[in-house]
Design a protein. Structure first.
Length: 530
């Protein structure tokens, strides 16, 4: 017999979800269940299925690398994204009922806009709240130099160094995994070397982008092109000799990273962002410990760095323009590790269906392209020195490959004038200087990131410090691991609030509200002013 308490948990789950409408093709409502070390995954899975017997559920391990995170899908329902407080409340209730560490909703957010909106969309609709001046017009002056981005990063000079030294050219032999929207056939990808990819959304081995309107169609093809496109057409990637592992993973990025590790990838590039998630953080930590280089876009149009780039373990890349100055829409701040071109970078464009005469290349903007270009430079560096030699050198210095690459990337960056290193990192990627640098360059330097209170690996405390006040983060003894995702979501909602004086944007769960002790943080969460 179902107890009253259990019925309450089921009611909260139902309140956080709505029936799926197949015509809209939404993803199933998904929660990541983080188990304690002493809990049996099989027993917990069975108990959750029993509790939610009135709903059609599917429970699987996150991956072969992490049996302690279970993925709960409500097959016939989707998360009510417009009611985030209800989604998080349901997660807290499930975690409490089964004694879990966390039960986090895989909540889609709008905190990483990718498509340049129309002027009308900037005045109303979901993008109305983003800071004015985020997106810029195309630049006709760049039409004659579509390779300008790799030139600013000194990539051709780096290619020449490898050729001169008899090293594998242009990233050859390095596998770059790319969790994104998937890819589709395109002239700019003709001649690219691929290894089998994955689709973690449909759980199969076909990473083809379905080009559905809800999934930012063609984005993965565009970001892939700036990494690996050969120089036989218009777009030239920063590592045209590298091998691409495409992964369709709009959500479930943690599973995508684990698949990349298991399939032998060497670099992971993530042109995506949103709020923190324990399962994602665990997957990034595993990848770094396995000596992969893991990079993520700093963020678009929200000013502050978003997740996963905000995690200490991840290399965060901000975006610049052809004049070596910040792209107006780039996220910036202490978590930025490095900058790279991201304003009007030439990339592959997938024409809309039924438009065969549409352009297949064009200028794109966003930190998505900055991180993809930088991932290509990581492939150049690994190929030039040999990955096994890099791993040996890093371990000899007590580092992971990620830590050594980040140190050298920052130490060899070139700094334009003017430049704000507190906002955009030490400078812009210099591939030539990176390949020529001795492995000891920058050893013993100062800590790369600051601002997060001790004991907050989620980095939400650093967001509180940035948005509210440093003392607010250190004064509030919050359970950052449990409440971090909801708090981050609430703060980012308020950063992007449309206009001062408008009604509050959403609300927070009663669980989070009761846990916040700092008065200034309470005031921010009840005031929609940016």
């Amino acid at each position: 017999m179902t107890s009253q308490a259990d019925a309450g948990v089921v009611a909260l789950v139902q309140a956080a979800t709505v029936p799926r409408t197949e015509s809209e093709d939404p993803l199933p409502a998904r929660f990541a269940l983080e188990l304690r070390p002493d809990q049996d995954p099989v027993a917990i899975a069975a108990a959750v299925v029993e509790l939610l017997a009135g709903l059609r559920t599917r429970i699987t391990a996150l991956s072969d690398l992490d049996a302690r995170v279970l993925v709960l899908d409500l097959v016939d329902r989707t998360l009510a994204a417009a009611r985030p407080a209800a989604c998080f409340a349901a997660g807290y209730a499930v975690a409490e009922r089964f004694g879990l560490i966390t039960a986090e909703p895989d909540l889609p957010t709008g905190f990483f806009p990718e498509q340049v909106p129309s002027r009308g969309a900037l005045l109303s609709g979901p993008l109305a709240g983003f800071p004015p001046g985020c997106w810029v017009d195309p630049e006709p002056a760049l039409e004659s130099t579509p390779e300008w981005a790799i030139d600013r990063m000194k990539v051709p000079a780096a290619w020449a160094v490898s050729k001169q030294d008899g090293q594998p050219p242009r990233g050859q032999g390095v596998i770059v995994a790319q969790p994104d929207t998937g890819i589709t056939a395109h002239v700019e990808l003709d001649g690219v070397t691929f290894v089998p990819g994955f689709d973690v959304i449909d759980d199969d081995s076909d990473p083809t982008d379905p080009l559905s309107e809800s999934g930012n169609p063609g984005h993965g093809t565009g970001t892939a092109s700036v990494v690996v496109s050969p120089d036989s057409h218009i777009v030239t990637g920063s590592a045209p000799g590298a091998t691409l592992m495409p992964i369709r993973a709009i959500e479930s990025v943690a599973r995508a990273i684990d698949l990349a590790v298991q399939a032998g990838a060497h670099v992971v590039t993530m042109s995506l962002g949103g709020i923190p998630a324990a399962s994602l953080h665990r997957a990034i930590q595993r990848a770094v410990q396995a000596d992969l280089i893991v990079l993520a876009a700093a963020g678009n149009c929200v000013r502050v760095v978003v997740w996963p780039a905000r995690y200490d373990e991840c290399i965060a890349v901000a975006a610049t323009n052809s004049a070596d100055q910040p792209w107006p829409g780039t996220s910036r701040g202490g978590p930025v590790d490095i900058s790279a071109p991201g304003q009007n970078v030439y990339r592959a464009v997938v024409p809309p269906s039924g438009s065969p005469d549409a352009d297949t290349v064009g200028q794109g903007q966003g930190t998505s392209f900055a991180v993809a270009l930088t991932a290509g430079v990581a492939a150049l560096w690994l190929a030039h020195h040999g990955r096994s030699a890099v791993v040996e050198a890093a371990h000899a210095r007590g580092e992971t490959v990620q830590a050594m690459f980040r140190r050298l990337l920052r130490a060899t960056a070139y700094r334009p004038t003017p430049w704000d290193p507190t906002a955009m990192g030490p400078g812009i990627v210099d591939a030539h200087a990176l390949l020529a640098a001795h492995f000891d360059l920058g050893l013993g330097g100062a800590a790369l990131r600051t601002g997060a209170p001790t004991g907050d690996p989620s980095k939400v405390g650093s967001l509180v410090a940035e948005v509210v006040d440093p003392s607010a983060a250190s004064a509030d003894a919050l359970d950052w691991h449990r409440f971090g995702p909801e708090l981050a979501n609430a703060l980012l909602q308020r950063i992007t609030a449309p206009v001062p004086g408008s009604p509050p944007v959403g609300s927070v769960s009663s669980e989070l509200a009761r846990s916040i002790r700092d008065q200034r943080l309470r005031e921010v969460l009840t005031d929609s002013r940016p």
